[in-house]
Design a protein around this ligand. Structure first.
Ligand code: NAD
Ligand code: DAU
Length: 356
């Protein structure tokens, strides 16, 4: 029996994790705390919202009183923390929101968990604060054949990655200073269903469908290491249950793609599924000004997770990307709603109100 507070559970990765935990562990209570920013959407969790072991709370991780009362009233013993501002381009325009949510929000959760759990047991028996982080904290790799390991020095470049690096440091500080049981995982780029279409893959699928330009930053030569989102959720599940206190685990699929090559795979897949002439949508590729401070290459070495806990990704990329493209094509309503902002109206129709 566990009572777990998952933050950011209405977002992309969070919704996959909530679904996995609610279905796999009917004996656990899962409390999902999410502010429902533009990136959070209760429609992502429609299939589990009536499960007896699931509760949704609309609220801000920066609100100490709220977080503390949730931990107390739901007898929360563990936190899996995903809530964040997550898009690099937005962080360039509005870095303060990233410092607020990612740094102050994480600190608020740590402080509330530490204070309430300590009242229950001096030694934090049965408690865990699991912080979900990113490979971007490690900076950028140059050469092929080098990888981020858990020992790579932090070297964040964007306001987003700086805020995530800072939150990771706070988590470790609470472990070292107060003895709070913690684990951190740093994952590579995720892809799959329910991702807000500001990120490369859903944005480009949507633009191809609508014959809109595909804005490739710089020369399209940056490299990312792509992991199917459900494999990230399965890694979090494993680390939550079997990870060692105070440890960090890198999560990645050894699946590097140069942006322009990945974009061509997406085009090929969408064209095929829409019955268009192969590669005909390549004409939509439009090279645009590069992202400021654009990291060249991310590549994760996840051998610690594989060797110590036995995790491996379940899906080959070709299969994962085809499933993903199909999902967006079959869920055009979802895409239209999240891009138009109509999902607030959708909440009202579905639930009778738009806030919880
Ligand atoms: P997302 O942007 O899709 O979702 C973030 C969620 O957090 C949303 O539901 C949003 O409403 C919620 N949220 C934002 N501010 C909040 C606040 N103040 N209080 C409560 N809830 C708030 O993000 P994602 O892509 O699912 O990423 C989830 C986590 O995983 C983040 O911490 C991110 O840094 C990390 N991560 C993401 C990736 C990736 O490829 N997307 C890779 C590695 C790590
Ligand atoms: O590595 C993990 C990170 O992956 C997560 O921590 C972040 O939350 C997540 O957003 C993602 O960050 P990226 O910046 O790598 O993802 P994004 O989808 O924004 O961009 C992927 C690559 O594609 C990157 O090199 C920038 C490029 N790009 C992106 C967009 C949105 C384009 O060329 N054009 C675009 O329009």
């Amino acid at each position: 029996m566990r009572n777990i507070l998952i933050t950011g559970g209405a977002g992309f990765i969070g919704s996959h994790l909530v679904r996995l935990m609610v279905n796999k562990y009917p004996q656990y209570k899962i409390v999902n705390l999410d502010l429902l920013t533009y990136a959070g959407n209760l429609e992502n969790l429609r299939d589990v919202e009536k499960c007896p072991n699931y509760r949704f709370i609309k609220g801000d991780i920066c609100d100490y009183e709220l977080v503390a009362s949730l931990i107390k009233n739901h007898n929360i013993d563990s936190v899996i923390h995903l809530a964040a501002e997550s898009h690099v381009d937005r962080s360039i325009v509005d870095p303060f929101s990233f410092a607020r949510t990612n740094v102050m929000g994480t600190l608020t959760l740590l402080q509330a968990a530490k204070n309430i759990w300590k009242e229950r047991d001096e030694k934090f028996a049965g408690n865990l604060f699991y912080h979900v982080s990113t490979d971007e904290v490690y900076g950028s790799l140059e050469a092929e054949g080098t990888f981020f390991t858990e020992d790579t020095k932090y070297d964040p470049h964007s306001p987003y990655s700086a805020s995530k690096a800072s939150s990771d440091h706070f988590v470790r500080a609470y472990h070292d200073t107060y003895g709070l049981p913690v684990v951190i995982s740093n994952c590579s780029n995720n892809y799959g269903s329910y991702q807000f279409p500001e990120k490369l893959i859903p944005l480009f699928i949507n633009n191809i469908v609508n014959n809109k330009p595909l804005p490739v930053y710089g020369k399209g030569e940056n490299v990312r290491d792509w992991l199917y989102v459900q494999d990230h959720a399965s890694a979090i599940d494993l680390i939550f249950h079997k990870g060692h206190n105070g440890e960090t685990y890198n999560i990645g699929g050894f699946n590097e793609w140069k942006n322009i090559d990945l974009i061509k795979v997406i085009i090929k897949t969408v064209d095929k599924l829409l019955g268009r002439e192969a590669g005909s949508s390549e004409k939509l590729i439009t090279y645009v000004t590069d992202r400021a401070g654009h990291d060249l290459r991310y590549a994760i070495d996840s051998s610690k997770l594989h060797n110590e806990l036995g995790w491996s990704p379940s899906l080959q990329f070709e299969e994962g990307i085809e499933k993903t493209v199909k999902w967006y094509l079959e869920n055009k309503d979802w895409m239209d709603r999240v891009t138009s902002g109509d999902y607030l109206k959708y909440y009202r129709e579905m639930y009778g109100h738009d806030t919880y």
